[in-house]
Ligand binder design. Structure first.
Ligand code: NDP
Ligand code: GDR
Length: 357
C-alpha cells in the first residue's frame, strides 16, 4: 500500500484524500462540499475532454482537483487511482435517470453496473490485493451509491437492509449488480467496501429530468408567466424524498466506521407525486388543478409504486438524522427556481430534459 493510502485513520483529518466519480452530478457537488469542510483533499473523476458540467460544479465548489477517466474504461480508472492515491473512493458515477435505462439498457448495464466492478478492480489492482494478499489497515475505502430502486416491487414497507430486492427497470437491475459485487469484494478480499442504499434525495441542484425539479421549475415558469401547464406521468407513485446535503453526510459517515457495513438512508416518510405537486403549487400561491396535465408519455413500462425507508440502523449506528423536512425541501426548490428564472428566462445551465415513456 502506498504511503498516502496508509494515512487513513491517523489523527489529522486534513491528510485524507477522496476521489469522487460522478462529481459533476447533484450528489458529487454536495459530497465534495462536505468533504472539503471536513478538511479532505477532494479529487473528481470527470469523463470527456471538455466536460461542460465542470463549470457548473465550479459554481458550487471551488477547490476540487480534476482527473480524467470513464467508468467504461478500465485503464483510465487504474490510472486515476494510481495518480490520486486516494484514501477514500466514492463511486457516484452512473446513468441515473430511470426512464433512460429502458432506452439505453445495455449502456446502463455497462456504466451503472459494470462500472462498479471496474472501479473495484482498479482499487484492487493498484493496492496489490489478491486472494492470498488481503488489504492492510491503511487500505483504500470504497463507497458504492446503491439505490432504493433495487427494492422495486416491494412486498413489505418500510424497507430496511434486509428487505429483498425486486428491481423494476434496467437501472434497478444494474444497481443491484453493483450492490452485490461490492458486497462480494468485501467478502472475497476483505476490502473496506460498502453500499449506501439511498432513497430519493433532491435539491436545487437536481437534474431537471427528475420529478421534483421538473415540478419546481414548472411552478416557477407558470408563476412568472413563462408557461401555462406542466405535463407529468404517474401521480400516484410514492417516494421517500430527502435533501441531498443530508445524504452526503451519511456517505462520509459510512466510510468513517470501524467495520464496513451497508446502510439504508431515507427519512421514513413517504409522499405521492400528487402530494408533491399540490404542495409545490401552493407554495407559490397556485392551484395545481389549473395547470397539471397527465401525459402517458411520462408513465413507465414498469413502475415502482411505493418506497419508504426504515433508517433505524443509520440512526443508531451512524448517529445520522435528516435535517431538512419534505416541506422545507420543496419550498427551498421552488424558491430557488423562482430566483433562477427571474434572473434569466432560460438559465444557461438548465439541464436538457428529455421526453421519455
Ligand atoms: P446525477 O445523474 O446527477 O450524476 C451522475 C454522474 O455520473 C454525473 O456526474 C455524470 O457525469 C457521471 N457519469 C455518467 N456516465 C459516466 C461515465 N461513463 N463515467 C464516469 N462518470 C459518469 O446523479 P446523482 O448525483 O443524483 O446521483 C449520484 C449517484 O447516486 C448515482 O449513481 C445515482 O444512481 C445514485 N443514487 C441517486 C439517488 C438520488 O436520489 N439522487 C438515490 C440513490 C442512488 P457527466 O458530467 O459526465 O455526465
Ligand atoms: P426515480 O426518480 O425514478 O424515483 O429515481 P424520478 O424523480 O425520475 O421519479 C419519481 C417518481 O415520479 C414519477 N413521475 C415522474 N417522473 C419524472 N421523472 N417525470 C415525470 O414527468 C413524472 N411524472 C410522474 C415517476 O414515475 C416515479 O414514480 C431517482 C433517481 O435519482 C435514481 O437514480 C435513484 O436511484 C432513485 O431516485 C432512488
Amino acid at each position: 500500500m502506498s504511503p498516502v493510502s496508509d494515512r487513513y485513520g491517523q489523527e489529522d483529518p486534513l491528510s485524507r484524500r477522496a476521489l469522487i466519480t460522478g462529481i459533476t452530478g447533484q450528489d458529487g457537488s454536495y459530497l465534495a462540499e462536505h468533504l472539503l469542510a471536513q478538511g479532505h483533499e477532494v479529487w473528481g473523476l470527470v469523463r470527456g475532454q471538455a466536460n461542460p458540467h465542470v463549470a457548473r460544479l465550479r459554481k458550487h465548489v471551488g477547490d476540487v482537483r480534476i482527473t480524467t477517466g470513464d467508468l467504461l474504461d478500465q485503464g483510465s480508472l487504474i490510472s486515476a487511482v494510481e495518480r490520486v492515491q486516494p484514501d477514500e473512493v466514492y463511486n457516484l458515477g452512473a446513468i441515473s435517470y430511470v426512464p433512460m435505462s429502458w432506452q439505453q439498457a445495455e449502456l446502463t448495464a455497462e456504466v451503472t453496473g459494470m462500472g462498479v466492478l471496474r472501479m473495484l478492480e482498479a482499487i484492487r489492482v493498484v493496492s496489490g490485493i489478491s486472494p492470498s494478499r488481503t488489504p492492510g489497515s491503511g487500505q483504500i475505502r470504497f463507497y458504492q451509491a446503491s439505490s432504493s430502486e433495487m427494492f422495486g416491487m416491494v412486498r413489505e414497507t418500510p424497507q430496511n437492509e434486509k428487505t429483498p430486492f425486486h428491481p423494476r427497470s434496467p437501472y434497478g437491475v444494474a444497481k443491484t449488480y453493483g450492490h452485490y459485487i461490492t458486497q462480494n469484494y468485501r467478502e472475497s478480499y476483505g476490502m473496506f467496501a460498502v453500499s449506501g442504499i439511498l432513497f430519493n434525495h433532491e435539491s436545487p441542484r437536481r437534474g431537471a429530468e427528475f420529478v421534483t425539479r421538473k415540478v419546481s421549475l414548472g411552478v416557477a415558469r407558470i408563476k412568472l408567466g413563462l408557461a401555462k401547464e406542466l405535463r407529468l406521468g404517474n401521480l400516484e407513485a410514492r417516494r421517500d424524498w430527502g435533501f441531498a446535503g443530508d445524504y452526503a453526510r451519511a456517505m462520509h459517515l459510512m466510510l468513517s466506521q470501524d467495520t464496513p457495513e451497508d446502510f439504508v438512508i431515507g427519512t421514513g416518510e413517504t409522499h405521492s407525486v400528487r402530494e408533491l405537486v399540490e404542495f409545490a403549487f401552493r407554495t407559490a400561491g397556485l392551484d395545481w388543478r389549473d395547470h397539471v396535465v397527465t401525459d402517458p408519455r411520462y408513465t413507465r413500462p414498469a413502475e415502482v409504486d411505493l418506497l419508504c425507508a426504515d433508517p433505524k440502523k443509520a440512526r443508531e449506528q451512524l448517529g445520522w438524522e435528516p435535517e431538512v423536512t419534505f416541506e422545507e425541501l420543496v419550498t427551498m426548490m421552488v424558491e430557488s427556481d423562482l430566483r433562477l428564472l427571474s434572473e434569466s428566462a432560460r438559465p444557461e445551465d438548465e439541464p436538457f430534459s428529455p421526453d421519455h415513456w
